[in-house]
Design a protein around this ligand. Structure first.
Ligand code: MG
Length: 342
């Protein structure tokens, strides 16, 4: 088995701002695993929040030697070996996991959703993210988001209420809200959420810093809409700690090391009676299509990372009238857009 990788720059349609950062491009790394004449493709979209960068992804991938393996079907053994090369590096590990799964699907000639026994008609609608911006630009973005039926709005700044009022002025669509740990005190978080409930917000994601689980549990007892964990849940081992503080989890392949771990988290979350959301970073259609393979078994999807960029080198899962549309191509169902050179 041979591993190759190359960086790609993903250009954002709009500067993307959340409560802690702002950016115009995202640095991603495409991974290819070749064996037996078949190439499996994967992607790492590193996030600073989890201690990764493009440089750290490249450094990690350089340490990976797949030449000792001669059977990509041995995904468990291969990933266990890669896991212990270094701590963290979750998106780099996810890229390998995704590429192995793509290879496997291509080898047997089936899409992953079909291999897993899932019904592709059961994918949820995906939300479309509105980042933090000036009120004028937010209004413009909401108008551009006309084709999407659910908005996920980034908040966690002093003028949150103005942001929501601006959006409500132009639309009565379902709104989900993500504070990205932006509300630092429990009283502030409680008051903000109680106000958001009156604006018809469906749920709130990560209101408080991940370090304040106790504060989040305090808030949860005083509000009525579900609270979904994002920065508080990285991998499977985080789930038991969330009981009492959260109603659901946001699983991202780039945080959790890939599809194998994501599947384990889905089963565990169901056993804990928690809602499951599939989220993403700013990613090309490779990473998004990988996550979308699991979409038929989750409650909420926020798989719009590829919709926020203008130079996606790949085509995969489609979105029609907000619904995720999985195709029948094998593996991730991803093909390269020939006309675009990255
Ligand atoms: Mg989030």
């Amino acid at each position: 088995m041979r591993l190759k990788f190359h960086p790609i720059d993903l250009r954002l349609r709009h500067t993307f701002t959340i409560s802690r950062s702002s950016k115009d491009t995202e640095q991603s790394v495409i991974v290819e695993i070749e064996h037996d004449g078949i190439i499996g493709i994967g992607e790492a979209a590193p996030s600073e929040r989890y201690g990764e960068s493009r440089d750290s992804v490249v450094a990690f991938l350089k340490k990976v030697d797949l030449s000792e393996f001669n059977d990509p079907f041995q995904i468990v053994d291969i990933l266990d070996r890669i896991k212990i090369l270094a701590k963290g590096n979750t998106s780099a590990k996810a890229a390998i996991d995704i590429a192995l799964h793509d290879w496997l699907g291509k080898k047997v000639g089936l899409p992953l959703w079909k291999l897993w026994g899932l019904n592709k008609e059961k994918t949820p609608l995906t939300s479309f993210t509105i980042g933090i911006d000036s009120l004028n630009v937010i209004e413009q973005k909401v108008k551009e988001a006309e084709p999407y039926r659910i908005l996920k709005v980034k908040v966690g700044v002093p003028n949150d209420q103005e942001i929501i009022k601006t959006i409500r002025k132009v639309t009565d669509k379902t709104i989900r809200v993500d504070a990205n740990e932006g509300w630092k005190s429990r009283e502030l978080a409680r008051d903000k959420i109680l106000w958001l409930e009156e604006q018809g917000v469906e749920f709130i994601e990560q209101p408080m810093p991940a370090s304040d689980l106790e504060g989040t549990a305090w808030v949860r007892e005083r509000v009525h809409i579900p609270i979904i964990a994002d920065e508080n849940v990285i991998q499977l081992s985080d789930l038991p700690n969330l009981q009492g503080a959260f109603d659901g989890i946001n699983i991202k392949l780039m945080k959790c090391t890939g599809l194998r771990e994501a599947m384990r988290m889905i089963h565990t979350a169901k056993a804990m009676h928690m809602k499951i959301m599939l989220g993403c970073m700013i990613e090309s259609s490779v990473g998004i299509s990988a996550a979308a393979q699991l979409a038929p078994v989750v409650d909420y999807a926020d798989l719009d990372g590829n919709l926020l960029i203008s130079n996606d080198p790949y085509l995969g899962v489609d979105v029609q009238d907000s619904k995720l549309i999985l195709n029948d191509l094998s593996g991730l169902g991803v093909v390269r857009r020939k006309e675009i050179n990255s």
